[in-house]
Design a protein around this ligand. Structure first.
Ligand SMILES: Nc1nc2c(c(=O)[nH]1)N[C@H]1C(S)=C(S)[C@@H](COP(=O)(O)O)O[C@H]1N2
Ligand SMILES: [Mo]
Length: 319
């Protein structure tokens, strides 16, 4: 096991409201042997597999789900173990290969079924004064998880400004296409640009966040700079990075992973321990930095907030 000390010194605070605190945070422990093995398929890799007894963490979320008090994943882990296939398929590739990506200036087009379409600069779309902090669990479909403090604004607040029409039943998102800055896009591992989608009521849910930062600072390139989606009740692949287009539409959008492997990755992708991935169990997960696995919770522990969105739906069919 490798033990490192934050070079800016240790700080025992659990307080998270002051962004500066993140930068001089505590001593942390980096678990050894966390790197995933070779990814043979672009099918989001293989499930993490560390044995050991299940360690159930008691959930101590705020009632709105906006903040969990579970221990945050160290910044150094959350920025060095990433899925961002535009920069390569290994977990360490995004950090290694995203150094020459230029996330600013940036603008985002809001298009389709809205009364006021437009292309806005990032700073207009996500004004600094409106930024909130959320501390969410993040559960990758590969059965590993993290706890990440995000900065951003509710997606609903953004969408409402453009006045969606009654035909706006879904929201479609696209990532940037820049093969010259994104080496992974020079290979056909996925259909580029990466795309994702939500039903409009999911997009309007208060937990859905458009994030421009994490750990009290701007998003690092490998985490989806300068703007990405965060949907804590869904598998991580729904959290599309480096967004350039948001389109309101009447029909269900195409999504990258369900185009690549429709039997493995559905449109909804709600975290569900009762529905296994065809190649691995979803019943448990490995929290990055821990060795034992813990049980996975329905909707990643956000059922109280989001389960009603799916009332009456067969969640095995709509996986
Ligand atoms: N554009 C784009 N967005 C993406 C991905 C990707 O490859 N490209 N990977 C997804 C997956 S599988 C996960 S688990 C999360 C990982 O986010 P993180 O690296 O910030 O933890 O980003 C998601 N968003
Ligand atoms: Mo993922």
């Amino acid at each position: 096991m490798l033990i490192r000390r934050n070079r800016l010194g240790e700080s025992p605070e659990r307080e998270v409201t002051d962004p500066a605190l993140y930068l001089r945070r505590r001593e942390f422990v980096v678990g050894a042997g966390l790197a995933a093995g070779a990814l043979l398929l672009p099918g989001c890799g293989r499930a993490g597999d560390q044995g050991g007894p299940a360690a159930a963490a008691k959930s101590t979320d705020s009632p709105d789900g906006f903040r969990t008090s579970e221990e945050e994943t160290p910044f150094e882990k959350a920025t060095a173990y990433n899925n961002f296939y535009e920069f390569g398929t290994d977990k360490e590739d995004p950090k290694e290969n995203s150094g020459s990506f230029v996330p600013k200036p940036w603008s985002v087009a809001i298009e389709g079924e809205v009364a006021k379409p437009g292309t806005l600069a990032l700073e207009e779309l996500v004004p600094a004064a409106a930024i909130q902090e959320r501390i969410y669990r993040m559960r990758c479909v590969e059965a590993w998880s993290m706890v990440i403090p995000w900065r951003g604004i509710p997606l609903a607040d953004v969408l409402k400004r453009f006045e969606p029409s009654s035909r706006a039943k879904y929201v479609s998102f696209r990532s940037v296409l820049r093969p010259e800055q994104m080496p992974g896009q020079r290979r056909n591992v996925l259909e580029w640009p990466y795309r994702e989608g939500l039903r409009i009521d999911e997009a309007m849910h208060p937990l859905a966040l458009l994030a421009s930062g994490m750990y009290g600072r701007d998003l690092p390139n490998q985490n989806g700079a300068p703007l990405r989606l965060v949907l804590p009740w869904k598998y991580g692949f729904k959290g599309i990075k480096s967004i350039v287009s948001i389109r309101l539409q009447e029909t269900q959008p195409e999504t990258t992973w369900s185009m690549a492997a429709p039997d493995e990755y559905g449109f909804y992708a709600n975290v569900n321990p009762a529905v296994d991935h065809p190649r691995w169990s979803q019943a448990r997960e490995r929290r990055i930095g821990e060795f034992a696995k813990r049980p996975t919770l329905p909707f990643n522990g956000y059922g109280e907030q989001v389960a009603s969105l799916y009332a009456g739906m067969d969640l095995r069919k709509n996986f």
